[in-house]
Design a protein around this ligand. Structure first.
Ligand code: FAD
Length: 387
């Protein structure tokens, strides 16, 4: 194992591997350490969804840029990560929601996201087995999509290594070395790596890393909440290609996996804060209640898997991204709630440029995501957070 690098990235999920790749692309000597295997945190447990449909300017702009990156990511990484623009379809059950959709659409359109209001009949054309009678209207953006998280992490890591990065799996950071308020490296269970810059991309575990650097655990109050998914056996392609979500039904959502056509079903039932990842029977009952109401034919599909992961939540459900001002050379990109996978290409590029150049061309609103906002008692409007 290397004992010295320019930058150490802690965490091998979509965020960490993306940051490592973009750093390596800028010619930085970077090491990524992952305590288990790459993707083992939340990334391999996510619902694969990628959307620009947020309810605030900062997240819409960041995701619009991220989607532009997703479109060319397979080409850039020279590996097909299976990004597909199959859309996101939100469904309204009340007139109040229809009004809220109209406001959202105005905001999306203002920043160039082509969301529009559609009728239940149009929604049924997009999702043939939809129980359209239950809904009044849809908020539809065909340019949202999905990608394969396994292939994405693999592709970022492979390309980063090709560009000179070192990636160490089963290597746990046990301490951050700080001298005179400057980052000097990390201690791991396999030895010390000296570095003048360290990036905390440990998401649900980020507060533990902050504490290692001598910061208060509550300084950036990220808490792990257990969220779950079930997946059905593969269904015929083209049935539920977009992510479909009636927010009023406990934020329940479903979509066909872009790889094998199995249906991923999630719902808002969450547990925590907890680091327990055991799937629960209550979730299975709850999620299937809603999924079969959205798509009645799912009653006949077999569930083949259920699993849990974490929404790493800040008090406003927006991530903490940027420099930690108390310790030179310490950075964080963590607390991504239900939207870290989709943001990874944009966040990785922005963080790499921030570390190397002190600024970035990525339209990331650093003030919005400022890691110091919590200690100032500032909260942003809550980010809409389904998968
Ligand atoms: P992680 O993938 O959690 O990676 C952090 C890594 O840090 C872990 O691998 C961990 O092992 C490692 N680590 C921790 N401590 C240490 C240490 N001391 N030393 C070394 N390594 C360490 N997002 C979307 O964009 N779209 C979706 O559709 C979506 N659906 C979701 C559905 C569910 C059920 C869940 C649970 C999440 C979903 N998310 C979704 C959220 C998404 O999974 C996360 O926001 C994203 O994966 C975060 O990536 P990350 O790299 O920041 O964190």
């Amino acid at each position: 194992m290397k004992s010295k690098a320019d930058v150490v990235v802690i965490g091998g999920g979509s965020t960490g591997t993306s940051i490592a790749y973009y750093l390596a692309k800028l010619g930085v000597d970077v090491v990524l350490v992952e305590k288990s295997y790459l993707g083992s945190g939340s990334t391999f447990r996510c619902a694969t969804g990628i959307r620009q449909q947020f309810t605030d300017e900062a997240n819409i702009k960041l995701m619009k840029y991220s989607v532009e990156k997703w479109k060319t990511l397979s080409e850039e990484l020279e590996y097909d990560i299976n990004f597909k623009q199959t859309g996101y379809l939100f469904l309204a059950t009340t007139e109040e929601e229809v009004e809220a959709f109209k406001q959202n659409i105005k905001l999306h359109n203002k920043f160039g996201v082509p969301t529009r209001l559609i009728t239940p009949e149009e929604a049924k054309e997009i999702v043939p087995p939809l129980n359209a009678d239950e809904f009044l209207a849809g908020q539809w953006n065909p340019t949202d999509g999905k990608a394969n998280p396994f292939k994405t992490v693999f592709a970022f890591a492979r390309k980063a290594k090709e560009l000179g990065a070192e990636i160490y799996e089963y290597t746990e950071v046990t301490d951050i070395i700080v001298e005179n308020n400057e980052t000097k490296g990390v201690k791991t269970n396999r030895g010390t790596i000296k570095a003048d810059a360290v990036v905390n991309a440990a998401n649900a575990w980020a507060p533990i890393i902050n504490e290692m650097a001598g910061l208060d655990k509550e300084f950036i109050p990220i808490k792990p909440y257990k969220h779950q998914l079930v997946k059905t056996e593969p269904l015929k392609e083209g049935q539920i290609e977009p992510l479909v979500c009636p927010p009023a039904w406990n934020d329940s959502y479903l979509l066909q996996d872009g790889e094998d056509g199995g249906v991923l079903c999630g719902t808002g039932l969450e547990y925590g804060p907890t680091y327990d990842m055991t799937p629960t029977y209550d979730f299975l009952r709850e999620v299937l209640k809603w999924a079969t109401r959205i798509i009645p034919a799912l009653k006949y599909a077999h569930v083949i898997r259920q699993w849990a992961g974490f929404y790493a939540k800040t008090p406003d459900s927006n991530p903490a991204i940027g420099k930690i001002n108390y310790i030179d050379g310490l950075y964080i990109a963590a607390g991504f709630s239900g939207h870290g996978f989709m943001m990874a290409p944009a966040v990785g590029e922005a963080m790499a440029e921030l570390i190397v150049k002190g600024k970035s061309k990525v339209p990331l609103d650093w003030e919005w995501y400022d890691p110091h906002r919590f200690e100032r008692g500032e909260l942003r409007s809550t980010a809409f957070q389904i998968g």
